[in-house]
Design a protein around this ligand. Structure first.
Ligand SMILES: Nc1ncnc2c1ncn2[C@@H]1O[C@H](COP(=O)(O)OP(=O)(O)OP(=O)(O)O)[C@@H](O)[C@H]1O
Ligand SMILES: [Mg+2]
Length: 589
């Protein structure tokens, strides 16, 4: 596919786009599989700004250009983004159907101009399409439906609209795949206009799977988890990038924006940004704008503080907040509640404290019930976390968003001075304690973790591990923790803890100039003992793996042989990375 060919324009430049292979392949393969009636509807769930929309767009572009569009068995991709405000059922239905018709014809004729707003009238499109390919009677009926909708001559417009695609693919025995973005807009807090009920039939046809995504977690749960769509979607969840790819992104972003980022700091940027691609891009871009090198932790923290309080991150998160609050009643009180909630120091947000402070600051007494209601609505916009089972609230599990809310609230709700707030945040961030003692060691861990992910369920040659036998890797890891503490009280930090349930890997990384000696090995053995003790009967296999960039001493080698410990030097690790289709370690000392 020509990289400049877009049915739908992606936002992330090719030079920066990182990883997400797994999802791109999944959706692409599933879409093609729909042609053999073996694909179900899928919901892609995840926090905001993880790259869900980008994944959809990229898959659609591939489907659009990589298939033979003249083949009647090709899978027709349709993209639709639910608008922010769905207020009128007629307008919604007309747009939905018009969009469908345009995509269908654009695909069949491979003419993307049709997708442009204002390029051609729907009525003219009918004539155009007929001159280009043979319309099936059922597809032709969609033009009739549009007429009926214009005339309001349908009983239930939204029903007719959302069911149109599957009706066509069912009748024609063809395949249509609907990619629906921002699905949370189907069901907004302030209106009861509700399309959800009509979607049930629409999404369950094997000739027309629906792939949906959106951002508001709580609403998605309401739409998909409890309501009438329950069980009709296969859930797929998306999280942050792994630190390996977050590091790669920091590097690509640095090249693209011409920022000065030192090799060793890329992993630190990724970690500091919670491996969130949007935050990583923002920090690197900001450093370029400020002409500040990111070559130590202090500089990273500083640039993050600046961007968070007045840059790309501030803009983007502010838009999320404002857009959401605009949808709710009583903006002023809502803003205050959001700001005061962000100031919570305990784990659970205390509505009584908010009530008290609101009284002090705004002189208004708001009932606790109302505060709760507002917080539930804020949770629907991903601005607070609502634990509906226990009926309590916490701040969202996104430290950067949380910090932003405090800054935004001080400036835009409480009327503080922006420059003061910014100065305070910057000095506080600049004086944060350095997080990592040895950056090289940390970086090697990041690479080792990716090796573990990439080789799940594979058998590896023992040569990479200085081990006489082949290594059978666990079938699938449940999670891999970096720098985790082995339970409270045990004290010792483990570099990498990877668990596949009854199968556990403990990894230690030493990027040293001199060979690693017995002491390090003894320590690793002790860590292993702690894991054994903690897991007890729940452990079948424990693997210990040491990275010693410059090798090990004779004594250490002997001790590892005796205890069946795996170990790799820098060369071994690079060979293993190559074998795992991953880039090698950066050339640093
Ligand atoms: N794979 C990636 N590589 C590099 N940058 C990415 C990647 N994915 C996302 N981004 C960055 O993150 C931003 C958000 O991506 P996107 O809009 O696709 O997320 P989303 O999950 O749809 O968010 P929302 O929930 O807010 O709709 C992009 O504009 C881009 O800056
Ligand atoms: Mg999106």
């Amino acid at each position: 596919m020509n990289k400049n060919q877009f049915a739908i324009k992606t936002l992330v430049p090719e030079e920066i786009y990182t990883d997400r292979e797994e999802f791109l392949e999944l959706f692409y393969d599933e879409a093609l599989k729909a042609a053999t009636r073996r694909s179900a509807s899928i919901v892609l769930l995840g926090q905001r700004r993880m790259g869900k929309t980008e994944i959809f767009k990229r898959v659609i572009n591939r489907l659009f250009f990589e298939q033979d569009h003249k083949n009647p068995n090709a899978v027709v991709p349709i993209y639709y983004k639910f608008p922010d405000k769905i207020t009128d059922r007629w307008e919604f239905s007309i747009k939905y159907v018009e969009n469908f018709i345009k995509w269908y014809i654009a695909f069949r004729t491979r003419n993307i101009d049709i997708l442009e707003e204002g390029f051609i009238k729907i009525n003219d499109l009918r004539v155009f399409a007929k001159s280009q390919f043979e319309l099936t009677p059922s597809f032709e009926r969609s033009f009739n439906l549009i007429e009926f909708l214009y005339d309001k001559a349908v009983i239930c417009p939204e029903d007719a609209a959302v069911n149109l695609p599957r009706t066509i693919s069912d009748r024609d025995d063809s395949t249509i795949v609907m990619f629906l973005d921002e699905i949370q807009n189907l069901h907004l807090p302030q209106h009861d206009f509700n399309v959800v009920g009509y979607m049930q039939d629409a999404v369950e046809s094997p000739t027309c799977p629906h792939y949906v995504t959106g951002s508001a977690m709580t609403i998605l749960n309401d739409i998909l988890g409890k309501g009438s769509l329950y069980g009709r979607f296969d859930p797929e969840s998306i999280g942050p990038l792994t630190n390996f790819y977050g590091t790669e992104l920091a590097g690509k972003s640095a090249v693209y924006y011409n920022a000065d980022v030192s090799e060793i700091m890329k992993a630190v940027i990724s970690e500091r940004c919670g491996e969130n691609p949007f935050y990583i891009n923002s920090v690197v871009r900001r450093s370029a704008r400020l002409n500040m090198s990111l070559n130590n932790e202090k500089a990273i923290n500083k640039v993050l503080a600046i961007d968070l309080s007045s840059g790309f991150i501030y803009q983007e998160l502010r838009e999320q907040v404002i857009k959401w609050i605009d949808r709710l009643n009583n903006h002023n009180i809502t803003k205050w509640i959001l700001y005061l909630a962000s100031l919570e120091e305990e784990e659970r947000i205390d509505p009584k404290r908010i009530q008290r402070e609101l009284k002090e600051r705004e002189g208004k007494k708001i009932e606790l019930k109302e505060i709760n209601n507002v917080m539930i609505k804020l949770a629907q916009g991903d601005l607070i976390d609502y634990k509906s089972l226990g009926d309590w609230f916490t701040n969202v599990n996104d430290p950067i968003l949380h910090e932003f809310l405090k800054v935004w609230g001080r400036v835009e709700v409480a009327g503080g001075s922006r420059s003061e707030v910014q100065e305070e945040l910057t000095s506080r961030y600049e004086s944060l304690k350095r997080k990592f003692g040895n950056y090289q060691g940390y970086l090697a861990e990041v690479f080792m973790i990716q090796i573990l992910w990439n080789n799940q369920n594979k058998t590896l040659d023992g040569k990479y591990f200085n081990y006489p036998e082949k290594i059978k890797m666990p079938h699938s890891f449940i999670y891999i923790d970096q720098r985790s503490r082995l339970g409270t009280g045990m004290g010792k930090e483990i570099d990498v803890y990877a668990t596949a349930g009854r199968d556990v890997w403990v990894v230690e990384s030493k990027w040293w100039k001199k060979p690693v000696g017995v002491k390090v090995v003894e320590n690793l053995i002790r860590q292993g003992e702690l894991v054994k003790k903690r897991k007890g009967k729940d452990l079948d296999n424990l693997t210990l793996w040491l990275f010693a960039s410059s090798g090990v001493t004779k004594g250490a080698k002997k001790l590892m042989e005796k205890n069946g410990i795996l170990w790799s030097t820098k060369k071994d690790l690079n060979d293993l990375l190559k074998n795992s289709d991953l880039r090698e370690l950066p050339k640093i000392d």
